[in-house]
Design a protein. Structure first.
Length: 236
């Protein structure tokens, strides 16, 4: 029987390229000129949409809420996550695929993403396959991404209201990309923390605002211009 050619053997044994290497290749190719979203997805190959989730969520790794932007980007993330949760192939509408990306912003985004991914690659590895293998695991990851995207879409001018869901999205996407069940668990833990954070705001938001009002008046004697006085809850 004929032995496989050296080139065939090399291709079969070639390891999958690291995410940071793929991002570096994208930066070299697309980081200095205008490009369509569809072109980037074609170059990314099989891991395109999971990488896209990472790129979309990374700009929200900031304590400052990006109002307006988070709602639009969160809707795109939620759409991709929903298709994953339903077991459908990832897909973007033609209108989004044809959209052109600003060269300067996209280049900065790719370079920033590459630095963050290089740090994460030190701790990611193949482990806990139960949480990343099979259709059920993929659907649960998709459901987690949808939930985090819905939280990201909330137009709240509150610190960390964007960062916590974004961390969950990135961890879930990278866990799926790298077959890292541990990273998936980190993503769900970040999602749980996000849910607790928003629940705290929902249940205690009024009390927190009233406390801040009373503290400010006690220390400074009056509210700053343009800030309305806190109302009191009516007695039952």
């Amino acid at each position: 029987m004929a032995e496989p050619s050296p080139s065939t053997t090399t291709l079969a044994l070639a390891p999958r390229r690291k995410l940071s290497a793929e991002l570096h290749a994208l930066t070299t190719r697309f980081g200095h000129g205008e490009v369509q979203v569809g072109e980037v997805l074609e170059v990314m190959g099989a891991r395109a949409y999971s990488l896209l989730l990472v790129l979309l969520a990374l700009p929200f790794f900031t304590p400052v809420s990006l109002l307006g932007i988070s709602t639009v980007v969160g809707a795109v993330i939620g759409y991709l996550g929903l298709r994953l949760a339903l077991g459908l192939q990832p897909h973007l509408p033609a209108r989004l695929r044809e959209r052109r990306l600003p060269p300067r912003f996209f280049g900065l985004l790719l370079r920033g993403a590459e630095r963050i991914i290089r740090l994460l690659e030190r701790i990611t590895r193949k482990r806990l396959p139960l949480f990343v293998s099979g259709m059920l695991a993929h659907r649960l990851i998709g459901a987690g991404i949808v939930t985090a995207a819905l939280l990201l879409m909330l137009p709240l001018p509150i610190p960390l209201s964007n960062a916590l869901p974004a961390i969950a999205i990135v961890a879930l996407a990278i866990g799926r990309l790298e077959d890292d069940g541990g990273m998936v668990l980190v993503g769900f833990a970040a999602l749980l923390l996000s849910a607790v954070f928003f629940a705290f705001l929902g249940f205690f938001g009024f009390e927190v605002m009233q406390f801040l009002h009373q503290w400010y008046v006690a220390h400074f004697g009056a509210l700053p211009p343009g800030v309305p006085p806190a109302t009191t809850m009516p007695a039952p």
